[in-house]
Design a protein around this ligand. Structure first.
Ligand SMILES: *Cc1c(COP(=O)(O)O)cnc(C)c1O
Length: 332
């Protein structure tokens, strides 16, 4: 795939590691070989998946002459932390609109990403009620900033539009290159499926390079049928942007929704077990909202013999560990 036709800031200099997880594989005792793609180690303050998408989104903003970024997320949003972090590096202002998806969950003096928003020098934080139209809220903020003479650029939640999703199409190509170098035949890739850019981008990328590797998303909020539709729609838009001749098919998009628990960002026992297992066997820090629930899904699929005996399964670690410090009570 050719990404050079699009504006892109190269924030990432080297591929993130693919590591084997022998101790975790042994702990599960199921004749499955688990591997991990360490996108938690991407550059940008405290790492994580949004950096790949922001390479394209911030380049687009700069090309359009913007001097200010507006974006949105939940109260502990990793995306907001990384959009802010790269805005700082680009010498742009960054304004955040935070959605209180769980009532009363915003605390000005909270730990985790919330603390980092202040430390990284956010220009403003506006907290809105769960269910607010975030696009509207960001447009209103943009109008206000334009009236002050600024040139704002809106990045949607999670940077999950076709521009941002190209970052994960590029990641699929990066992974395939590494697997070929290692001569490692991976049967299945597991990704968290949230605002959908990661999942959609990976689906497009794997298809675009004809990888022939199965891909499954583990939902962190929505029911299966709704999430699959959202991922598919974004995958279609991304495939079209990249000029993918054979496109993506509806059946390329597969989601599991049985690991969400009571709702987005709400802890589950399986998430707590997964975070503790990864920490205790591989010394890898997951997060409570995304990678912890995705890992819980992968572990359950291993235990239920979803993968064939001896399969090589690659887990995409999307980062998020700063949020652990806002959830310490769940682990004690
Ligand atoms: C945003 C995020 C995800 C989900 O990625 P989407 O592209 O929004 O689906 C997964 N893990 C972490 C740590 C995230 O911050």
């Amino acid at each position: 795939m050719n990404f050079t036709r699009f504006p892109r800031r190269k924030y990432i200099q080297t591929p993130t590691p693919i590591e084997s997880m022998p101790a975790l594989s042994r702990a599960l005792g199921m004749d499955i070989n688990l591997y991990i793609k360490r996108d938690d180690l991407l550059p940008g303050a405290a790492g994580g998946n949004k950096t790949r998408k922001l390479e394209f989104c911030l380049a687009d903003a700069l090309e359009k002459g913007a001097d200010t970024i507006i974006t949105c997320g939940a109260v502990q949003s990793n995306h907001c932390r990384l959009a802010l972090s790269w805005s700082v590096k680009e010498n742009m202002d960054c304004h955040l609109i935070l959605e209180e998806r769980v009532k009363e969950s915003y605390k000005k003096d909270a730990s985790g990403n919330n603390f980092l928003f202040e430390l990284l020098g956010v220009k403003s934080i506006e907290v809105v009620k769960g269910g607010t139209d975030m696009k509207d809220a960001m447009e209103n903020k943009a109008d206000a900033l334009r009236a002050e003479g600024r040139k704002p650029y809106i990045i949607p939640g999670g940077a999950s539009n076709a521009i941002g999703a190209m970052g994960y199409a590029a990641c699929a190509e990066e992974i395939m290159g590494q697997l070929n170098d290692l001569h490692l035949n991976v049967d299945h890739i597991i990704v968290p499926s949230g605002s959908a850019g990661t999942h959609a981008g990976m689906a497009v990328g794997l298809k675009g390079i004809n990888a022939g590797i199965a891909l499954s998303g583990i939902n962190v909020s929505r029911p299966k049928n709704i999430q699959e539709k959202i991922v598919y729609q974004l995958a279609l838009e991304t495939a079209e942007k990249l000029g993918l001749k054979w496109g993506v098919a509806r059946e390329d998009i597969v989601c599991f929704d049985n690991y969400v628990g009571p709702g987005y960002s709400l802890p589950t026992d399986a998430m707590v077990e997964a975070v503790k297992l990864f920490a205790g066997t591989e010394a890898i820090l997951l997060d409570p909202v995304y990678s912890g629930k995705a890992a819980a899904g992968m572990i359950d699929l291993v235990r239920r013999n979803f993968f064939k005996k001896g399969a090589n399964v690659l887990f995409l670690h999307t980062g998020g560990s700063p949020a652990l410090y806002a959830y310490m009570d769940s682990f004690r």
